[in-house]
Write a protein that binds this ligand. Structure first.
Ligand code: IPE
Ligand code: IPE
Ligand code: MG
Length: 236
């Protein structure tokens, strides 16, 4: 194994072959509750931190970043909380086109959250198409739902039998390398229906920090941890 101590983080990214990082941005609610604040307060802080972390991943040369913003199951939450998250999202979309070099892609069923949100997401995707760094925002996303929609599209294409490549190319993430590293904050160690198909050989990194407290130094720590792993993909 190469010793990467003291090597600048951009070099570590390159040497380790880390092209796609994904974040399960968990812990906003508990972060707010611990401060005696409503959960919405945590989502606001989490949204601000998301911008910092995404910009940093781009800066250190990671080509593709995926963030879990809202799962298909999160709709079960109280209406007030869901509305607060959607308002943050709409405000973010309004300014996001100014993020330099980022191509946005919403993975999940954005239109399932309403015509208004769906159209705004599609508009941002169109506006930023072809930019060099890809940001996938998982919104109304479920890993199983993603596989089901892929299979349904293949049925519409009248496929009689399908290959793994057929499924991969019909996922929302088509065109991205599979996630090399999946980071979950919020002190939970589970996948919660995230990137079910794509994560077969991903490395996992769990942080005890709540998402609003997660820093760029923590990203460095996760990246260096990743770089020290021995990936074998079933080989020797
Ligand atoms: C993650 O934080 C953000 C969303 C799921 C939208 P949580 O809201 O799940 O925060 P905790 O896990 O309850 O602390
Ligand atoms: C996963 O977090 C979804 C997002 C971070 C958007 P949850 O808070 O919904 O996951 P569980 O319920 O703890 O598994
Ligand atoms: Mg949570």
């Amino acid at each position: 194994m190469i010793d990467l101590t003291g090597i600048p983080i951009g070099e570590v990214v390159k040497k380790s072959g880390l092209r796609h990082i994904a974040f399960i941005m968990d812990g906003n609610g508990r972060w707010a509750t611990a401060k005696g604040q409503p959960r919405e307060f945590g989502h606001r802080a989490g949204a601000a931190n998301f911008k910092t972390i995404v910009r940093y991943c781009k800066k250190i040369g990671i080509e593709c970043c995926t963030v879990y913003a809202f799962s298909t199951e999160n709709i079960k939450r109280p209406k007030r909380e869901v509305e607060a998250i959607m308002t943050l999202l709409i405000n973010y979309i309004a300014e996001a086109g100014d993020e330099r070099d980022i191509e946005f892609k919403f993975i999940g069923d954005a239109f399932g959250l309403g015509e208004n949100i769906g159209k705004k997401c599609a508009g941002l995707e169109k506006e930023t198409e072809g930019r060099p760094y890809r940001l996938n925002i998982a919104l109304n996303y479920g890993g199983r739902a993603e596989i089901v929609q892929a299979v349904n599209r293949l049925i519409l294409e009248k496929k009689q039998s399908i290959t793994e490549e057929d499924i991969s190319s019909h996922l929302y993430t088509a065109g991205c390398p599979e996630p090399d590293l999946i980071v979950r904050t919020g002190n939970e160690q589970r996948i919660s229906n995230f990137l079910t198909w794509q994560s077969t050989y991903s490395e996992f990194h769990f942080s005890p920090k709540m998402w609003p407290d997660y820093t760029t130094d923590d990203v460095d720590f996760a990246v260096r941890d990743f770089a020290g792993r021995g990936r074998r993909w079933g080989g020797v």
